[in-house]
Design a protein around this ligand. Structure first.
Ligand code: CP
Length: 335
């Protein structure tokens, strides 16, 4: 059975069967390419924030299926777009998303939107307010290219990577905070912990004090674990977390208590320089343990060269799988 999609906003919107259908279709498209299946279809891509993988993989995937794309990066060759409602527009933005986005949607068959967290108001970011406001303006299928609190394309690619590597669903999956020069959004850790729980893993969130994932993120993952038979725990004890781990997924994110206080966050992370993954992190992990990261990554800040360049690293497979799974998403949305 195949499952058509109306939007691709959150892996939690899909049944496990629908996720498996996308993964099977991505394998099928690798074996039997369909270079004309989206002929005449156009995907609009709106990037409110920078990208390397998401931008290039959607353009490449659409072209490999016979379709076309246009890319809008507001303020860089196109008008800067205002996203706030009810403001007097006497600043840099020449156009409001209320006109700009419906206009763009009228030129294409589906729209992908990237809009990161603002990082000030946790409730607003958890509710994905800005992203939802923007996507509701468009009467076309929408793809989440990373919003304040979600990155479903990355989560789907990571699920495929775990399948490719034959990682058993019941095995221990550690999502660990790692250091970075500044606070980054919660989208990838939130999507990753949910994906790993839904796949059935024994998930451990390893993070220093002050960086606990917010309750709604953990609650959503717990519900997924209940469905799959997996589990979720959280700790700041590295030795306990990593013992027997089959996967170490590293990610950087900002302090959550308090959230949005960059001075406090800077002071905290200044003393956390040892939260950089090196080979010693795998001393008590499974001998076949894999290392994952969504990229981009700061070498020798978040992760040591020896790990990224070593045999455990799955980061390039994860990047390539972005292309592969997104082609399946485009196929189910548009074919
Ligand atoms: N992982 C990821 O989304 O990469 P980009 O930010 O480069 O798109």
């Amino acid at each position: 059975m195949s499952y058509s999609l109306k939007n691709f906003l959150d892996l939690a919107d899909l049944s496990v069967e629908a996720i498996r259908d996308l993964l099977a279709l991505s394998d099928h498209l690798q074996r039997k390419p369909e270079p004309r299946v989206l002929a005449g279809k156009i995907l609009g891509l709106v990037f409110m924030n920078p990208s390397l993988r998401t931008l290039a993989s959607f353009q490449s995937g659409m072209a490999r299926l016979g379709g076309n794309t246009f890319v809008i990066t507001p303020g860089q060759g196109t008008w800067e777009l205002e996203t706030r409602l009810g403001v007097r527009m006497d600043g840099a933005a020449a156009e409001h998303v209320r006109e700009g986005l419906p206009t763009l949607a009228s030129y294409c068959d589906a729209v992908g939107v990237r809009s990161f967290a603002e990082g000030h108001d946790l409730a607003k970011d958890l509710a994905d307010e800005k992203f939802r406001t923007m996507t509701q303006l468009m009467k076309k299928p929408v793809i989440n290219l990373e919003s304040a609190i979600n990155h479903p394309c990355q989560a789907l690619a990571d699920w495929k990577t775990l399948d490719d590597l034959l990682v058993a669903p019941q095995s221990k999956f550690v999502l660990s905070w790692v250091n970075h020069p500044r606070a980054l959004p919660l989208a990838v850790p939130a999507a990753t912990v949910h994906m790993a729980a839904l796949r059935g893993h024994e998930v451990v969130v390893l993070r220093p004090d002050g960086y606990a994932l917010p309750d709604p993120v953990m609650e959503k993952a717990r519900k997924a674990a209940t469905l799959s038979g997996g589990s979720i725990t959280e700790t700041s004890d590295r030795a306990t977390a990593l013992k027997g781990a089959q996967v170490l997924y590293a990610k950087e994110w900002g302090a959550t208590s308090p959230y949005g206080d960059s001075d406090h966050d800077q002071a905290l992370r200044h003393n956390l320089q040892d939260w950089q993954v090196d080979e010693s992190w795998f001393n008590t992990a499974a001998s076949t343990a894999h290392f994952m990261h969504c990229l981009p990554v700061r070498r020798n800040v978040a992760v040591a060269d020896q790990v990224l360049d070593g045999p455990r690293s799955a980061v390039l497979r994860e990047s390539h799988n972005r292309l592969v799974v997104q082609m399946a998403v485009l196929h189910r949305l548009l074919a």
